[in-house]
Design a protein around this ligand. Sequence first.
Ligand SMILES: Cc1cc2nc3c(=O)[nH]c(=O)nc-3n(C[C@H](O)[C@H](O)[C@H](O)COP(=O)(O)OP(=O)(O)OC[C@H]3O[C@@H](n4cnc5c(N)ncnc54)[C@H](O)[C@@H]3O)c2cc1C
Length: 382
Amino acid sequence: MDFALSEEYTLIRKTARRFAKEVMRPVAEEYDESCQYPYEIVEEAKKLDLIAPSIPEEYGGAGMDFLAAAIVIEELFRGDPGIALAVSARIFGSDMLLDFGSEEQKQKYLVPVAKGEQVMGSAITEPEAGSDVASLKTRAELVGDQYVLNGSKMFITNGSIADFLIVFARTDTKPPERHGGITAFIVETDSPGFIAEPLHKKLGIRAADLAELTFKDVKVPQENIVGKLGMGFYHLMTFFARGRTAVAAQAVGIAQGAFDEALKYAQERRQFGKPIADFQAIQFKLADMATDIEAARLLVYKAACEIAKGGNPAREASMAKLFASRVAREVANEALQIHGGYGFIKEYPVERFYRDAKITELYEGTSEVQRLIIARSLLGKI
Ligand SMILES: Cc1cc2nc3c(=O)[nH]c(=O)nc-3n(C[C@H](O)[C@H](O)[C@H](O)COP(=O)(O)OP(=O)(O)OC[C@H]3O[C@@H](n4cnc5c(N)ncnc54)[C@H](O)[C@@H]3O)c2cc1C
């Protein structure tokens, strides 16, 4: 693993960093307040190849590797996590198409998403099935030559703006194994019976779209099955390492963004006749924060490099996500503390980082779930 990073990575980092600073940050508060999806910013991101860094060029992406994708994510989230999620999650679920989609599905669905012309999402979670994915109840029944979907999904990123979603539904109610009988379908969101209700009242990442979905007799052609019938759960597990490493990169970006604000503020704010950065208590906070961020970044790069080499590092990805998300929450908390009372009002960006950090401990598997995976891997159970 080369942490000096080649010229290619340095260049993409610079591009993403400048975009985050000059295009995203000035409008971050506005989008956080309004909870509107940042379409104009997405248009700008498209021009710089920031939408789909690691999707192969033959399918419309920028053709870089997963380390480059992690670097882009980190820099965008350092600028503003809400807008960054709106930009970077437009391809959420594309791994499913890349790994298991047919060539026709890739051409029809993956290419427009990678080019930034369409938005996709991945619908797994249900009101009563979160961490326990295998307990999902959304039903897909074969009627004639097509499937009919009924059920509901909860907390779906891009749910109300996506052109299509990869929906995980039950095709067998009594599978021989607990994790069997689930199938992934491409569902076009203009299908009759598909209803999306946006969820606006969020703690953080408010520029990104989130929705609750209902499926009422939604008809889906058989050719929209992604991968193998009944194998959806197992397919999903094969790309969780990528999703979790991506969230860990988000967390590093959030921590770094909050730290940047704290470092600046500590040198500007004067008390007792000197900048608060002169007090050792503040210096020690900054030192600990910077050290934790660097450690988290190395875990992310380690997992990202494994993925770039074609590996599927489940344990490393879970470790990176578990650690980096805690660092994001703790660093954002300390950064706010360094701002004193000013951190508690909207005058400074730090309160947004504080709110935005929390999500990284929740989605793509909570921290408790990451610990279960790490422990099972240590015990040789997966
Ligand atoms: C902003 C946002 C965006 C999201 N985007 C998507 C998306 O695009 N697609 C999608 O499918 N989902 C998405 N999710 C859903 C997310 O992945 C789930 O919220 C998450 O997996 C947790 O599920 P849950 O909320 O049902 O919590 P639960 O599973 O009910 O967990 C509640 C608590 O119990 C703990 N817990 C559960 N089981 C165990 C156990 N065995 N051992 C120890 N502790 C346990 C959990 O860690 C948690 O602390 C999103 C969620 C949010 C908030």
